[in-house]
Design a protein around this ligand. Structure first.
Ligand code: AMP
Length: 174
């Protein structure tokens, strides 16, 4: 069994959550397993160890679970990319389309400066809407996206096409 197969076996598929027709990839059993957790953080970190990374930006909410451990391993700081209305100071915001309606993510304006080098972390790359918005948000503050690290990529949804030209790494693909 490869490391990736070991991690995949610990992801639980939940049919029809949060609504009919969706197979939810539940990573809580993977986080609960000590070797699974270790392997997850290793796999999310490895692609970037030779890079110069100032910050890991984790997308609310599961990017908050994974991102800080990756940041610690890279000797980088951690930035929470939050849903609208949660950050107390001046923010940059990026709106993006969902299947029904839209969503907004935000970063403090003073979180990043020109030339800062950022790795974006989240649990799942699905349609890529969230990831594309996170890239636009980071770049709107003058920073550089070194790449994006996902635990799970749902390849059929072609999320990579929404994050064109960036270095994308995913640990488990479906
Ligand atoms: P998207 O913007 O479509 O790429 O969706 C990304 C976000 O939605 C990720 O942060 C995931 O947490 C969540 N997500 C989307 N689809 C799934 C799924 N099938 N299982 C678990 N989480 C999902």
């Amino acid at each position: 069994m490869t490391d990736s197969d070991h991690l995949r076996a610990l992801v639980r598929d939940v049919a029809d959550f949060p609504k009919a027709g969706i197979v939810f990839r539940d990573i809580t059993p993977l986080l609960k397993d000590p070797t699974g957790l270790q392997g997850t953080i290793d796999a999310l970190t490895t692609p970037w160890v030779a890079e110069d990374v100032d910050f890991v930006a984790g997308i609310e909410a599961r990017g908050f679970v994974l991102g800080p451990a990756v940041a610690l391993r890279l000797g980088a700081g951690f930035l929470p990319v939050r849903k609208a209305g949660k950050l107390p100071c001046a923010v940059a915001r990026q709106e993006y389309e969902l299947e029904y309606g839209s969503a907004t993510i935000e970063l403090h304006r003073d979180a990043l400066s020109q030339g800062d080098r950022v790795v974006i972390v989240d649990d799942v790359l699905a349609t890529g809407g969230t990831a594309g918005a996170a890239v636009a948000l980071v770049e709107s503050l003058g920073a550089t996206v070194v790449g994006l690290s996902f635990l799970v990529e749902l390849t059929a949804l072609e999320g990579r096409t929404r994050v064109d030209g960036r270095h994308i790494e995913s640990v488990i693909t479906y």
